[in-house]
Design a protein. Structure first.
Length: 267
């Protein structure tokens, strides 16, 4: 897909997006294949996945589809290699048939998450699709304004994926990891949760912010873990802008700190 066109690169991503997706909109729209993905009901479902948390049935509801129709379309999109499924690792709330749940838990449903295979498609349906009519007529202001306001959600997921890969590499010669990736349950969501063969649990948080991360972020992560029933052996925090001196002084075998420069270890 990406080889079909040549991107013009600039000093900042906003100039690149304006040049490539405003001034050459139709050229990039032609990259969405098959073309019927731009039509109802595929478009609505893909927009819901791109703009939401990706939870399977939540996306179907946001797209205003019945569950049977949504499940059929998701299966088709997976077969087309447009989406893949990130399976939930949450344990069922009921431990045995006679186990009674609290009232607020009875309607809860464990959900897998839908992820885009190609970043281009996530970008298109997350940012471009909604403004397609205006962009087709050469009007890009609203699209660009929206992109600048919400660019954070695009790069945050990429940063999470890179951080997960870095943490796997960090432990590659130390322990055998049997499960990794993001984790979510009825209580909360976590950017990274690694489990080793010997049941060691490493819990990670990614912060792509323009400020140093302080001790209170660790405290919040620890509180989330307790509320979610997760007994973490190691906490790993990833920060674009580094860490406070107080947090750096706490670094040890049970607290790992990685900044943006550490991503160079992946190459």
């Amino acid at each position: 897909m990406e080889a079909a066109v040549t991107l013009d690169f600039y000093d900042d991503v906003f100039s690149m997006v304006e040049s490539n997706f405003v001034e050459n909109f139709s050229q990039y729209q032609d990259l969405v294949r098959p073309s019927y993905l731009l039509e109802t009901p595929y478009k609505e479902l893909l927009v819901a996945v791109a703009r939401g948390d990706g939870k399977f049935y939540s996306a179907i509801r946001k797209a205003k589809l019945s569950e049977s129709t949504g499940e059929r379309i998701v299966a088709e999109l997976v077969s087309l290699n447009v989406l893949n499924v990130e399976y939930s690792r949450e344990a069922p709330l009921k431990h045995h048939p006679k186990h009674k749940l609290k009232k607020e838990q009875r309607t809860y449903r464990i959900q897998h998450k839908l992820r885009f295979v190609k970043p281009f498609m996530r970008f298109w349906f997350g940012f471009v699709s909604y403004y397609s009519e205006a962009l087709a007529s050469g009007e890009g202001k609203n699209f660009l304004d929206n992109f600048e306001r919400h660019y954070e959600r695009l790069r945050s997921l990429v940063y999470e994926h890179l951080s997960n890969a870095l943490l796997l590499q960090h432990y590659a010669d130390q322990i055998e990891i049997i499960s990794s990736g993001s984790y979510w349950n009825i209580h909360s969501e976590f950017d990274i949760l690694l489990i080793s063969k010997k049941r060691k649990v490493i819990l990670g948080e990614c912060k792509y912010k323009q400020r140093k991360i302080c001790k209170n972020e660790l405290s919040k992560l620890q509180a989330k873990a307790v509320a979610s029933g997760i007994n973490a052996d190691v906490y790993a925090i990833f920060s674009k802008s580094g860490f406070s001196n107080e947090l750096k002084s706490m670094k040890n075998d049970t607290l790992l700190l990685f900044d943006l420069d550490d991503l160079a270890l992946l190459y």
